[in-house]
Design a protein around this ligand. Structure first.
Ligand code: PRP
Length: 177
């Protein structure tokens, strides 16, 4: 790493990530029969969405892909407490199953907001999936439905996750202090 790059501890390397995404697709595939829309929660979920869509396609599962641009952290490492819609989905979801895809489930605000947003638009059912789940995230009915791994209680970067817009392109999941 260059002088200006902070120390980033590797939490999951590329091979571990790919194996986890593949396992998640194997688990999800039986639930995604019929009419489904997969929604990439922008920006952070983009690499995860891309790999999950490919892993589902290998199993002959082809949901419609859409995107919902939500923002609540911007340049901070803590949630602002509000979820702003920067851009909405592009196709109707009335009567369809919706798979909401996010990179990290932390306070749970983003996915709770997105679930309500899609139910209000008439989705038949909404299921949520995140790559990483923080240990302090909500459990019980507010919990994410599926996740690939339990992350350390640290600030994550890489594989879509950012610190002030940086490090989204790292091919691994790392942690900063
Ligand atoms: O569970 P929560 O506490 O709501 O945190 C999770 C959300 O925070 C990040 O989004 P952010 O607002 O940083 O936008 P980004 O996707 O553009 O990074 C991340 O991508 C999740 O969507």
């Amino acid at each position: 790493m260059s002088q200006n790059t902070p120390e980033i501890d590797i939490v999951l390397n590329e091979d571990e990530l790919m194996a986890m995404v593949d396992q998640l697709a194997e688990t999800l595939a039986p639930r995604l029969q019929g009419e489904w829309t997969a929604i990439n929660i922008l920006i952070g979920a983009t690499p995860f969405t891309s790999d999950l869509m490919k892993a589902l396609a290998r199993r002959n599962i082809h949901p419609v892909l859409d995107a919902l641009w939500l923002e609540s952290y911007r340049d901070a490492r803590e949630s602002s407490g509000r979820v702003n819609v920067r851009a909405d989905i592009t196709r109707p979801v009335t009567g369809r199953g919706v798979l909401l895809i996010d990179d990290v489930f932390d306070t749970g605000r983003t996915l709770a907001f997105a679930r309500q947003h899609l139910m209000t638009k008439g989705a038949r059912e909404v299921i949520t999936v995140a790559l990483a789940r923080k240990p302090s995230a909500p459990a019980g009915p507010e919990n994410v439905d599926y996740y690939a791994f339990e992350a350390p209680e640290r600030f994550l970067v890489g594989y879509g996750m950012d610190d002030r817009g940086l490090y989204r392109g790292l091919p691994f999941v790392g942690a900063l202090d």
